[in-house]
Design a protein around this ligand. Sequence first.
Ligand code: R5P
Length: 294
Amino acid sequence: MADLDKVKEAKEFHLDKPVESKPFFLKGANSLDWGMQNRFSRIFNPESGRTVMLAIDHGYFMGPTTGLERIDVNIVPLVKYCDALMLTRGVLRSTIPSAFGRGVVLRVSGGPSILKELSNEQIAVDIEDAIRLNVAAMAVQIFIGGEYETQSIHNMTRLVDIGNRYGIPTFAVTAVGKDMKRDAQYFRLACRMCAELGAQFIKTYYVPEGFETVAASCPVPLVMAGGKKLPELDALRMAYNAVDQGASGVDMGRNIFQSDAPVAMIQAIREVVHNQMKPEQALELYKTLRDEQK
Ligand code: R5P
């Protein structure tokens, strides 16, 4: 039984200090529930408000692409440098140490391979398994203008409904098919549709003309996709420009793990994203770290 003798009288009420009510650090996320905001804090660094996500989910439709042949050998040494890891449940369970303490953004859509129509995806993970894996968010591909546009949007809206029930944010990944334009007008349309229909954050490509209008017209955080492998300086410039023009971080795969020195590259990207290091200086850092790691 609780000891009620000699209970000290409560008197430190700090009556001169109003209770503070601080806004959440990410745009468009103020009204989200505590659990969802907490999960966001496992993806985005609350200090900088930004993220460096490492995307290694390519195998779900491409198989073992260059740099991802052996995730245990090539990727596991990298994961301590990312803020969040985007991957499938198969690779998470089989290969990533469970002591990994950062955000897991789980790829939950899938179906077609590169041999078929890619937009014909369905939801490929049960919410119960996502919860079991303690994920910070669920990622789903959206194909605006694609053959199965509506199906992909319905995948997303179903996930948003399920994610809202359990406090798990939905990450909408705007895909660009072979015949789709890659310009600001297209990405304004795609990102805004995803946000309007409930996605809590969105992955989109960088465009040199008008990216700031894509970011400004999207009410939730945008994360820049990496895309095909570029020379290191170009990739660092793209990341710099994206965050400078309103992105809340990057989600890069090939530009990190296909680099000559992936550990050096991800550290250089971190400086650009979190500390606004200029691309030329980040390239010098990359070269120094690469040479040290030889
Ligand atoms: C994009 O559609 C998929 O999520 C990819 O598997 C991955 O995220 C792409 O990363 P990156 O283009 O930076 O290699």
